[in-house]
Design a protein around this ligand. Structure first.
Ligand code: ZN
Length: 333
């Protein structure tokens, strides 16, 4: 039997082992193994990526890491599906740093950064440690040693923790793909409304709690996003409700009811300027229209995939979403 390992000589287990973190990215796990064994991560990564197929990768990594192929495939999403990752049908997995206290608790080390596959639009913060984890990061190899930067504590703002829990419940109740279909539309609409000062006091109050000593101009983008999360989740709840979306697209009377519900859930703190009111009303309906279109398109696409494949492929988007969510309980409970 020929496998890629033969091409490069025998493969030995590395002397020191560590288990993968749930949903860890392949490069993060391999780099941690290398660091632990005092090897340059680049070398281990290069050696690793020369494997010919994902299945060779699993075998090779199982030998090197001393873990079972089953465990590796369960914890490392990239190994669970043959072929490229993320699959072209996967819209939402994104690289993110794992919550630092979670990493320390699981690995026993607080000098490791762990990179995970997270669902953008869902994984904003660790509920268990009350810590915002949705931070952007630059080039991986330049960044993976040392403490995680950009994460921050939310102890003083329980509304934000509560919002993450509500978001998790929405995902379970209304299916992740429907919530995600509405996500970007709601983010954009809320940003536009924020420019009109729609809920400026609520946002500023939360920012004061998260970043009490920082001058306003220095508050990071991530902190602003955190302060907007409760209102964003409220808006998502409204727009992912089939009943309310239907009303937003219905008769003038229905649309009026929708606007009233919108303002009940998201009370405006400042009257919109007379010129902005028609824009707001039109946009509230257009957002519902675009979300419905996107949801319908998504269902059509899934139907196409389902009818083309025999059985359920491993990369089936709802299945992958379910796996990613199940493996990161600290984001919802
Ligand atoms: Zn945590």
């Amino acid at each position: 039997m020929t496998n890629s390992a033969d091409l490069y000589g025998p493969v030995w287990p590395l002397p020191l082992a560590t288990t993968p973190f749930p949903n860890e990215t392949l490069r993060s796990y391999v780099a941690r193994l290398a660091l632990l064994n005092r090897l340059p991560p680049e070398r281990v990564l290069r050696r690793f990526y020369t494997a010919e197929s994902p299945m060779d990768n699993v075998r090779l990594l199982a030998i090197r890491s001393g873990q079972t192929p089953h465990l590796l495939m369960r914890q490392l999403p990239e190994l669970a599906t043959p072929g490229p990752w993320p699959h072209e049908q996967h819209e939402n997995p994104a690289r993110s740093w794992a919550c630092h206290p979670c990493v320390a608790a699981r690995t026993g080390r607080d000098d490791w950064k762990v990179e995970i596959w997270a669902i953008s639009g869902h994984h904003h913060l660790c509920v268990k440690h009350r810590r915002w984890t949705r931070t952007h990061h630059g080039h991986y190899m330049a960044n993976f040693a040392g403490a995680v930067d950009g994460q921050f504590n939310l102890n003083r703002a329980p509304e934000i923790i509560h919002a993450q829990r509500r978001l998790h419940r929405l995902f379970r109740r209304r299916t992740p793909r429907r919530v995600l279909a509405a996500y970007q539309e709601c983010v954009d609409f809320w940003r536009e409304l924020a420019k009109h000062g729609y809920a400026i006091n609520r946002t500023e109050r939360l920012l004061d709690l998260i970043a009490p000593d920082e001058p306003i101009a220095h508050r990071s983008y991530a902190k602003r996003e955190a302060a907007r999360l409760p209102d964003l989740v409220e808006m998502l709840g409204l727009y992912t409700s089939p009943v309310w979306r239907h009303r937003a697209l219905g008769s003038p009377r229905d649309v009026q009811l929708f606007h009233r519900e919108f303002e009940r859930r998201l009370p405006p703190e400042r009257q919109l300027r007379t010129t902005a009111i028609p824009w707001f009303r039109r946009e509230a309906t257009l957002v519902a229209e675009r979300i419905t279109e996107r949801m319908d398109e998504q269902e059509r696409q899934l139907m196409r995939v389902a009818s083309a494949a025999s059985g359920t492929p491993e990369w089936w988007p709802p299945l992958i979403m379910h796996k990613l969510l199940r493996h990161t309980p600290s984001y919802g409970r």
